[in-house]
Design a protein around this ligand. Structure first.
Ligand code: RRO
Length: 305
């Protein structure tokens, strides 16, 4: 069966997308994912200048959830420019460039350069939960801040589909989604990690992560992501990259029924490896054939509420 899906004029061979932050920022790792069946790639969040992340350990994983506080390490846009150019010489799948800053001026500065790299889409990360000490509350926690930033970024990104990645920590994520769409976003990525949360090592009596706390991802947050995607889909109708705890083809179908057009996969790559993309697609195909679904468009937002 053909799992291909169109999103903002970009054709994806299947709806799975490598979520931002999972496999860094090298053309070779993106190609490796593409060889293993991923439908699209999201880059790690790119800064204008080099930014140091948090010290190790930055990640800890359990069956039900993961915690991360990587802290947005990045070498800056010049390194990203090289890797993106290398990938785009012969791109096996579409590329979504994820961009980030600390304060507003840094977001605007990278937005000036983002289109020069010629990605298929751009994702604006305004929802990292791990840098609040450095930069204050994420823009995604306030309708007004999120909309103002999106509007200013949109003025600088004129010809590339712009998605804004939102936070489940916002009091009113649907209101934030509506506000960024009104400010010019073409689509929404939902959700970034929840929390932050904490895991304590009983023997040392210290938090496991060096940063003490970190964003929660993985299967435990999937029902929250599905509910939020459903709410945003019904409120805005814009394309959504549904992300949060998807590890199987059935999870991906569920996310699409909620309203996702593309499905982000992050933690599952750590739980298994990149083979997870082919497994998800195989299971999606199997389900569609059993249910007589000929085109994935039929299931987007089809949940009966
Ligand atoms: O780098 C991180 O710590 C990080 C980022 Br940018 C993000 O958006 N979400 C997350 O859970 N971690």
């Amino acid at each position: 069966m053909d799992l291909s899906i169109e999103c903002c004029g970009v054709k994806f061979p299947n709806p799975t997308v490598l979520a931002s932050g999972v496999l860094g920022i090298t053309a070779s790792s993106w190609r490796h994912c593409a060889k293993n069946g991923v439908g699209g790639i999201t880059t790690k969040s790119v800064w204008l200048e080099e930014h140091r992340g948090h010290p190790n350990p930055t990640m800890v994983g359990y069956d039900a959830f993961m915690l991360n506080a990587v802290g947005l390490p990045d070498a800056g846009i010049e390194k990203a420019r090289e890797e993106v150019a290398d990938y785009l010489k012969d791109p096996p799948t579409p590329l979504i460039l994820n961009i980030v800053g600390g304060k507003k001026d840094e977001f605007l500065a990278i937005a000036e350069y983002a289109e020069e790299l010629c990605p298929d889409m751009i994702e604006l990360n305004i929802s990292c939960p791990n840098v609040e000490d450095e930069f204050g509350k994420p823009f995604a926690c306030s309708r007004v801040d999120a909309a103002e930033l999106t509007r200013a970024v949109r003025e600088r990104i004129k010809n590339t589909p712009l998605f804004v990645k939102l936070s489940p920590n916002a009091e009113d994520i649907v209101g934030v989604a509506q506000a960024v769409v009104d400010a010019g976003a073409d689509g929404i990525t939902a959700i970034n990690t929840l929390g932050p949360g904490m895991v304590i090592d009983l023997e040392t009596r210290r938090p496991v992560l060096a940063n003490k706390v970190g964003g929660i991802s993985g299967p435990a947050i999937k029902p929250l992501a599905v509910k939020i995607v459903s709410d945003i889909y019904r409120a805005t109708g814009v394309p959504i990259i549904g992300t949060g705890g998807v590890t199987s083809g059935r999870d991906a179908i569920e996310m699409m029924m909620a309203g996702a057009r593309l499905v982000g996969v992050g933690s599952a790559v750590y739980y298994r490896d990149v083979s997870v993309f082919k497994e998800i697609c195989d299971e999606m195909e199997e389900w569609c054939e059993k249910e007589g679904v000929k085109d994935l468009e039929e299931i987007i937002g089809c949940v009966k509420l």
